[in-house]
Design a protein around this ligand. Structure first.
Ligand code: NAD
Length: 266
C-alpha cells in the first residue's frame, strides 16, 4: 500500500513517515509541505533513514492521484484543500488535524461521499477505549448525582484549545446523556461564574513543557468521584493508529468511518 503524507515535515508527519517505513506491506508515495518546508528532500532522509525515492513536493493533486491512502496531520486551512482532493480522486483519506470548525467537518463529510475517510481527534487505541468508557459511564451515572469535567494538558506549542480529544470526550459524555454537547458545555471559567448548573459538562485546559497529551474525565458525585485517565508518552501512538486506519480503509467503499470501526469497539 502506497501512503502519502501531507505536512510530512511536521511533528506528526515525521512520526507517520517512520511508522510507514516500519510497517510491512506499506511504502511511501511521497509527501507535501507548505512552501517554506523542505521541498525536494527525500522523505527517508527527512527522518534520518535511508533515501526512499519519495520526495517532499507542493503538488497535492499529484500526491492524491498516485497514493492509495493519504494521512493528514496539518492545519485546518490545509485540511480543507486536502479533503477536496480526496473527494475528487476517491483516494482513502485519514485526517487527524484538530481545531476544525463545523464547515471543515462538512467538507470532510462531502469527501466521504466519494472516498473512504476516517476522521479522529485522537488515533491512539487507549483514547478510543476511553471514549467508549466515558459514554458508558455518562449513561449510567445520572446528571442529578454526578458532574462531568474534562481536564487536558498539552505541550506549549499547541495552538487550539480545548484539545480535539477533550472535545471528543465531551461529545462522548453528552451522547451518553442523550444531549447535544453545545447545549451543556462550559469551555472555560473565570470570575463570578455562579454555581455549577446541573448537567453542565465542563472543560479545563493546561499548557506547558513537552507534554504529549494527558486527558482526565471526572465524574464528581456528592461523596465519591470516578476519574478516567489517559496519558500519552509518545506521539508514535497516534502515527501507529493512523497507519492502522489507512490499512483498514484499503478496499473499503466511500464513507465516513471512525476509529471505533477500525478497532471493533462498537
Ligand atoms: P506541526 O506544526 O508540527 O505540523 C504541521 C505541519 O503541517 C507543518 O510541518 C506545516 O508546515 C504543515 N503544513 C501547513 N500547511 C500546509 C499545507 N498547505 N500543505 C502541506 N503541509 C502544510 O503540528 P503537529 O504537532 O504535527 O500537529 C498537526 C495537527 O495534528 C494538529 O492539528 C494537532 O492537534 C493534530 N494532532 C492530532 C492527533 C490525532 O491523533 N488526531 C495527534 C497529534 C496531533
Amino acid at each position: 500500500m502506497k501512503i502519502g503524507v501531507v505536512g510530512c515535515a511536521g511533528r506528526m508527519g515525521r512520526m507517520v513517515i517512520e511508522e510507514v517505513l516500519a510497517t510491512e506491506g506499506c511504502s511511501l508515495a511521497g509527501g507535501t509541505e507548505a512552501g517554506s518546508g523542505p521541498i525536494g528532500q527525500d522523505l527517508g532522509t527527512l527522518v534520518g533513514a535511508s533515501a526512499t525515492g519519495a520526495l517532499v513536493t507542493e503538488d497535492v493533486e499529484a500526491l492524491f492521484a498516485r497514493a492509495d491512502a493519504v494521512i493528514d496531520f496539518t492545519v485546518p486551512a490545509a485540511t480543507r484543500t486536502h479533503a477536496t482532493f480526496a473527494g475528487k480522486t476517491g483516494t482513502a483519506y485519514v485526517v487527524g488535524t484538530t481545531g476544525l470548525e463545523a464547515d471543515d467537518l462538512k467538507l470532510i463529510e462531502t469527501a466521504a461521499e466519494t472516498a473512504p475517510v476516517i476522521y479522529a481527534a485522537n488515533f491512539s487505541v487507549g483514547v478510543n477505549v476511553l471514549l467508549a468508557l466515558t459514554e458508558r459511564l455518562a449513561a449510567t451515572l445520572g446528571a442529578d448525582a454526578f458532574d462531568i469535567e474534562v481536564l487536558e494538558m498539552h505541550h506549549r506549542h499547541k495552538v487550539d484549545a480545548p484539545s480535539g480529544t477533550a472535545l471528543a470526550l465531551g461529545e462522548a459524555a453528552a451522547r451518553g446523556r442523550g444531549v447535544p454537547l453545545d447545549q451543556v458545555s462550559r469551555l472555560s471559567r473565570e470570575g463570578q461564574t455562579g454555581a455549577r448548573p446541573e448537567g453542565e459538562i465542563g472543560f479545563a485546559t493546561l499548557r506547558g513543557g513537552e507534554v504529549v497529551g494527558d486527558h482526565t474525565v471526572m465524574f464528581a458525585g456528592g461523596a465519591e468521584r470516578i476519574e478516567l485517565n489517559h496519558k500519552a508518552a509518545s506521539r508514535a501512538i497516534f502515527a501507529k493508529g493512523a497507519v492502522r486506519a489507512a490499512r483498514w480503509l484499503d478496499g473499503k467503499g466511500p464513507g465516513l468511518y471512525a476509529m471505533s470501526d477500525v478497532l471493533g469497539l462498537d
